[in-house]
Write a protein that binds this ligand. Sequence first.
Ligand code: NDP
Ligand code: OXD
Length: 316
Amino acid sequence: MQAPVKGRVLLSVAGFDPQHWRKRLSAGREVVLDRERPVDTSIHYAVVWNRHPGLLVGLPNLKAVFSGGAGVDHLFADPDLPDVPIVRVVADNLTQYMTEYVVWRVLDHHRQGFLYRAQQRRKAWIEPPQPAANRVSVGIMGMGELGRAAARALLTLGFRVNGWSRSGAPVEGVDVYGGSAGLDAFLGATDILVVLLPLTPATTGIVDHVLLSKLRRDNALGGAVLINAGRGLLQNSADILRALDDGVLKEASLDVFESEPLPETSRLWTHERVFVTPHAAAASDPDHLATFMLEQMDACDRSEPLRNLVDRKAGY
Ligand code: NDP
Ligand code: OXD
């Protein structure tokens, strides 16, 4: 008996090489880069990253949408997003990349990279005092898959680690604060703020001057530091620049921006105490993801539960 024909996959991943994704996903299903007609019944699954709104309209047999990344704000930005389950990326290699990024940026600020680079330009041989890691508190906003992994690595290096999440759920070795009631205490106990939140209506614009001014400035590092690898729209760049200029912030490392690519006119590019990366902290890799996605599609066909499902009400 012939195996039943599997539903097709619509693949639409802006900013990625679609042929790479297509090759990997084609191991299990027929993959199309575009619908063939306004109403296309052959498509049962979609793999999507940063595409235009309305892309998923007219797919009456769509069973689930797979986000090409960990964040799903790009999907919720579509007012016509169909009411089907959404699966997001949770992958060991993506988590590892993000952990590396966070550890790299925390260590660079902690070990005074900005100061030494400036000294090198002047050929200045000056050894400033170096605080021990256990005198520095790193506060992570967003204690999800990525925040928890970064916390574990920072604890191993000897930093004190605070966390902030919606639920305030406990994480071993971390002082976790929950919800808006816990936010001020979390900020007041934090020297280096690491933002790993999802972008939702509740978190949009949260990193503003008011929030930054609540960080602990009188600390072993000689000022507060911001690291944002979550989403650009979590932050207000004008407020970050103001905070850098008025002493609320000592330094910042930013991987994400309100508008990407970061416009050439942005002062963030040239600010001497800002480190810019082009949304490169942790990229999805189809070599690591396609098998999981195909397994999930088969599970969905068998009416089995999907893993890494997004909570549509919470928006992440
Ligand atoms: P998770 O969904 O696993 O974790 C999200 C965390 O944020 C949870 O701890 C959650 O709280 C918390 N949170 C959500 N909303 C709020 C709120 N209103 N107040 C307080 N805490 C809140 O996400 P991941 O860790 O997998 O990813 C986080 C984000 O990182 C992604 O959404 C994406 O935007 C970004 N990212 C960026 C990349 C880059 O290259 N720059 C790469 C990959 C991801 P609770 O635990 O209570 O649910
Ligand atoms: C993601 C990202 O959300 O790369 O995975 O930003």
